[in-house]
Design a protein around this ligand. Structure first.
Ligand SMILES: Nc1ncnc2c1ncn2[C@@H]1O[C@H](COP(=O)(O)OP(=O)(O)OP(=O)(O)O)[C@@H](O)[C@H]1O
Ligand SMILES: [Mg+2]
Length: 395
């Protein structure tokens, strides 16, 4: 089934970015025009199922653009929501007179916007991909990237997923994106013959239903998309992503649609596959420990992220084994990096190792132990931030 197409007409890059993000995670196909003129042209070439129209824009403003779109319509009437700067009755009336169906005042909460869009689509007969019965998910994508091998990236990703699912009631999935040496099967005591990301990325018509069948439910509450069972099949995934990045995008957007959180445990390489994961994620948790070689790597990672043009708060530092004695404390680490450590997980060798040996993560077997509590706190803090992100107001 084709996705519902939404055309965003807004000249403000920040608003564009937030709208694209919010709409994509709802499973909409999003197109963007940066001025009224381009909006009018795209409304005719793309034939969207709904338009979000800013009021104040260069070239022609939102009222004029709406009028022109209406004038050019021939039978089919596209629903238009005006994005107004203030709750001014005169502005609202002007918008409605120009032909808008609804309006929403900036700043708005994403959930309100989505509710308005759904209501309007339902009133107007809806887009092709409309599924009004489906529960709306938060649709967040978070990568876990180790600044160095063995710092605890997989441990934190797995146990955070369990905390989000079992303690916070979030629908959570975990993707093992260590293509060559994914070890989630070992951590979670799973068999080698289970389906994996190879099956998902090789499927030309992958949709939500099919993906569901390739995902494994873990008894601790989260769902898993596993890594390839061996390094040879890992190459299939890397090749497929290289030749058709949309295949990976499709998996990620289906996961966003189905889950509140999709956590991705990444390998340390900086290759095309990982760059796409970085690009598409909402946040990158860089897992580190407080030792010199790790600090050096974190600096390099931060520089790389900077050169990729990512906003500073897309990268969050997670200090693992924060209370282990390394000779470098949190303050030292922060001043060496010139930025703050965002989260800390304590060191508890016994808890971690016995979980690893038993194939049962500590968040499932001993959630109230010191390590369980520490990861729970991290999950709670991350959930507070990501569940409550609002659309920024226009400057
Ligand atoms: N907070 C912690 N306290 C004590 N031990 C920990 C902690 N976090 C991880 N460990 C232990 O450190 C080891 C490495 O952890 P893990 O495999 O999660 O790291 P990784 O960064 O994913 O490694 P790799 O680079 O191999 O993917 C494991 O034995 C794990 O049990
Ligand atoms: Mg790992």
């Amino acid at each position: 089934m084709a996705a519902t197409k939404v055309l965003v007409v807004d000249d403000d890059l920040n608003i564009q970015r937030v709208l694209v993000f919010t709409l994509k995670q709802e499973g909409y196909e999003v197109h963007v025009a940066s001025d009224g003129q381009a909006g009018v042209e795209m409304a005719s070439s793309i034939q969207p199922d709904l338009i979000l129209m800013d009021v104040a824009m260069p070239k022609i403003d939102g009222y004029a653009a709406t009028q022109q779109i209406r004038a050019a319509e021939d039978g089919r009437r596209v629903p238009i929501i005006m994005l107004t700067a203030e709750a001014d009755v005169e502005q609202r009336v002007k918008g409605l007179r120009a032909g808008a169906d609804d309006d929403i005042v900036k700043p708005f909460h994403p959930l309100e916007l989505i509710a308005r869009i759904k209501a309007l689509l339902a009133r107007s007969g809806g887009g092709p991909g409309r599924k009004t019965q489906e529960k709306v998910t938060l649709g967040r994508l978070a990568c876990f990237y180790g600044a160095k091998g063995g710092v605890g990236t997989t441990t934190i990703a797995i146990n955070t997923a369990i905390a989000l699912a079992s303690r916070l009631g979030r629908k959570t999935s975990l993707v093992d994106a260590n293509l060559q040496f994914g070890d989630m099967r070992v951590f979670l005591d799973l068999s080698l013959d289970s389906s994996s990301i190879v099956n998902a990325i090789s499927e030309p018509d992958l949709d939500g239903e099919l993906l569901k069948r390739l995902i494994i439910s873990h008894h601790a509450g989260m769902d898993l998309l596993l890594a390839p069972p061996n390094p040879e099949t890992a190459d299939i995934v890397a090749e497929r992503q290289k030749n058709d990045p949309a295949s990976l995008s499709n998996i990620l957007s289906l996961m966003r649609k189905a889950y509140d959180y999709t956590l991705v445990d990444m390998a340390k390489t900086i290759d095309d596959f990982n760059l796409q994961l970085f690009d598409e994620s909402d946040v990158i948790f860089v897992v580190m420990t407080a030792d010199l070689s790790c600090l050096k790597n974190v600096r390099l990672v931060l520089e790389t992220m900077d050169s990729l043009g990512y906003e500073r708060n897309k990268i969050q530092l997670v200090l693992n084994r924060s209370n282990a004695y390394t000779g470098i404390n949190v303050d030292n680490a922060e001043s060496a990096l010139g930025r703050k450590i965002d989260y800390q997980v304590i060191n508890e060798y016994r808890g971690a190792i016995s979980a690893l040996n038993s194939g049962e993560p500590f968040m499932a077997s001993r959630p109230d132990g010191p390590l369980g509590q520490s990861v729970s706190k991290f999950a709670r803090e991350m959930d507070t931030i990501f569940a409550e992100e609002a659309v920024p107001a226009r400057a």
